[in-house]
Write a protein that binds this ligand. Structure first.
Ligand SMILES: [Zn+2]
Length: 413
């Protein structure tokens, strides 16, 4: 049994029309009209193959294939349909549509499974419109309260809860999965490793830890023409030194760390004034939890030293911390075995990016499958993958799902 290549391609290209951009990407931010159109289409497809559809109180959509064992917990496969700002067609949508295609294949072959199989699309995985990211799986896992999630505002102050209601996707909490036999997410790698090594399938063992630090630097705004160089408390100069120091910590001091300063706010941000205040955000990621702490410690120590030298005050605030999550070995092993059975090359790896699988791992035995990504490009309109690689990974998803839905897998404590 194999998935239907043409049908998957049709699902994929039709979905990509929702929020399509001129450069071949998608702009489909969570709970916008484009997202609603994508959701409506997904539900239409689920119903067309006779699956029962549920929407929970976070707007997560589930389509269930069952061959009779309604009381058993489901094997859930899926990802998310929302995109980042002018993002790619593959990130998220591919995992949802591959899940849909797997269920379509099960249904047309009338496959008997011991456990029901569900496809899921999670709401607001990206966190582009409403922060934080992975908020819906976070609510399911008990990391965030429903009230907290509903109250998250977008940049115009419109809340996630209000938008769920507006587009008609505020469903029922009774539709959440009460128990999860297994969760499996297929996703593009979003990095260069598989392509560079010529490997077909990424067997994802877990997700590396990450933290966000917000650093406020308080100097003294002053006239650019009249303030001598030795009398300045320039928050921007301090920020520049910190940005370089953060890169050095990741590149040289704590191996296997990646660090990014991607956000900067400058006050007063005019050409003829010394910057009095700069707020910057540091994203640090590292597979080993103690080493992540070590990197954070080095950032703090370096920050203190630079600020002293630049006569600038500072505040540091840890906005987010997520430790490395390791997936269930039985699921990871099943993915590996499926890749082997189908004759694909594969390697075990950690995910550099966060995914809903991170929180779903608290609810059931979890794993992920990565698809090689062209030039490792993601979160941009050029994001792409070879179609053959997509088909290969979807067949691994099918094979793994068959195993997980038939065999009893212990749910981790
Ligand atoms: Zn994604």
């Amino acid at each position: 049994m194999q998935i239907n290549n043409e049908r998957l391609h049709r699902y994929f290209t039709e979905m990509a029309k929702n929020g399509a951009t001129e450069l071949g990407g998608v702009h489909r931010l969570a709970l916008t009209d484009e997202d609603k159109a994508g959701r409506d289409l997904f539900i239409e497809w689920l119903k067309a193959i006779g699956l029962s559809v549920r929407v929970d109180d976070m707007g997560n959509i589930y389509g269930r294939y069952s061959s009779g064992n309604e009381d058993k917990p489901p094997v859930i496969i899926g990802s998310h349909l929302d995109s980042v700002y002018q993002g790619g067609k593959f990130d998220g949508a591919l995992g949802v549509l591959a899940g849909l295609e797997v269920l379509h294949t099960l249904s047309e072959n009338k496959v008997q499974t011991a456990f029901p199989v569900e496809v899921v699309s999670f709401t607001n995985e990206e966190g582009t419109r409403f922060q934080p990211a992975v908020i819906s799986s976070g609510v399911l896992a008990g990391e965030f309260s429903l009230d907290f999630a509903y109250s998250r505002p977008d940049q115009d102050g419109i809340t996630l809860g209000a938008e769920l209601e507006r587009i008609g996707y505020k469903g029922d909490s009774a539709n959440r999965p009460s128990q999860v036999q297994a969760y499996l997410e297929m996703h593009i790698e979003q990095g260069p490793i598989l392509e560079e090594t010529g490997i077909d399938i990424g067997v994802v063992e877990g997700i590396q830890g990450a933290t966000w630090l917000e650093i406020s630097l308080i100097g003294q705004a002053n006239h650019a023409g009249t303030t001598p160089m030795n009398r300045r408390q320039d928050a921007m100069v301090a920020a520049s030194r910190i940005i370089l120091a953060v890169r050095e910590i990741a590149a040289q001091k704590v191996p296997n760390t990646v660090a990014t300063v991607g956000k900067l706010r400058i006050e007063p941000n005019i050409v003829n004034a010394i910057p009095g205040k700069v707020v910057l955000a540091v994203d640090l990621r590292q597979p080993d939890n103690p080493k992540l702490q070590e990197a954070v410690g080095l950032v703090k120590a370096t920050l203190a030293q630079i600020c002293e030298e630049e006569k600038v005050k500072y505040e540091i605030n840890q906005l987010w911390l997520s430790s490395t999550v390791m997936f269930n070995e039985k699921v990871v092993g099943t993915v590996e075995q499926a890749a082997k059975n189908l004759g694909f090359s594969y390697r075990r790896m950690l995910s550099g990016a966060g995914h809903d699988a991170m929180y779903m791992a608290r609810l059931g035995a979890t794993g992920m499958i990565f698809v090689p990504t062209i030039d490792g490009k993601s979160h941009c309109q050029e994001e792409s993958a070879r179609w053959e690689a997509v088909v290969n990974a979807t067949n691994v998803l099918l094979e793994t799902t068959l195993h997980l839905a038939q065999a009893q897998i212990a749910i981790p404590a």
